[in-house]
Design a protein around this ligand. Structure first.
Ligand code: G4P
Ligand code: NA
Ligand code: NA
Length: 194
């Protein structure tokens, strides 16, 4: 098990067959050392991709993205979920549907921070149904930028997002892939169960 998987084992709480709570290190309180490890892993995996920019979505994508940006030496842009008072430039925007919340939100990024010259690495904390990542990928397309791939902290391999994105020929690297959360247990893809 890698450091992230160990942390999931030690502190993750299985809320149901489909939801893992990781508020102690990723979604509420943040573990900076773990974020540093995550950033270095993403940087190692995409070292040769020529990345010029990281694109993520507020709020939980920001911490791992900043550490990856530090390791790769590139800026980090986060898509906003709410319209900002000061975000008055021309916007790239995409609709993101949440199946769990049954609501659709518009995410947006100023066109000042993404251009056709960029090679973009999309990062998010969770990959479930993939709608947030697909929205970010759509924004990369609107900017005519190049997509290097997608980096995910925790992928729920039993949901559709990973397949949806990989089937488009897009490189997806997840640092932990969960195969199952049934019976209150976390089973990782490589077969480790706790
Ligand atoms: P959905 O279609 O299953 O609803 O998934 P969606 O991608 O819309 O995710 C909704 C929110 O829930 C996202 O965070 C996503 O990161 C998070 N999420 C999805 N599955 C899990 C899970 O098993 N555990 C945890 N901890 N989070 C999960 P968000 O609302 O955008 O919030 P933020 O944390 O980024 O601010
Ligand atoms: Na989240
Ligand atoms: Na997120």
């Amino acid at each position: 098990m890698n450091l992230l998987e160990q942390k999931i084992v030690a502190e993750g709480k299985v809320l149901s067959d489909s939801v893992l709570k990781v508020d102690s290190f990723l979604n509420h309180q943040i573990d900076p050392k773990l974020m540093k490890y995550i950033g270095e892993e993403f940087a190692r995996l995409f070292a040769d991709a020529g990345i010029t920019k990281i694109l993520t979505i507020e709020s939980s994508g920001i911490a791992p993205s900043v550490m990856a940006g530090l390791s790769l030496g590139v800026p980090v842009v986060f898509a906003r979920k709410r319209k900002s008072l000061t975000l008055v430039d021309n916007l790239y925007s995409a609709k993101v549907h949440s199946f769990t919340k049954n609501e659709t939100n518009e995410i947006s990024v100023s066109n000042s921070y993404l251009s056709e010259d960029d090679v973009v690495f999309v990062i998010d904390d969770f990959l479930a149904n993939g709608q947030a990542a697909l929205g970010l990928i759509d924004i990369v397309k609107q900017a005519d930028a190049t997509l290097a791939g997608v980096g995910i902290v925790i992928e729920k391999g039993f949901q559709d997002g990973g397949k949806l994105i990989r089937d488009q020929g897009i490189r997806v690297e997840s640092l932990a892939i969960i195969d199952s959360l049934s019976a209150g247990k976390v089973t990782f893809k490589e077969g480790t169960t706790i």
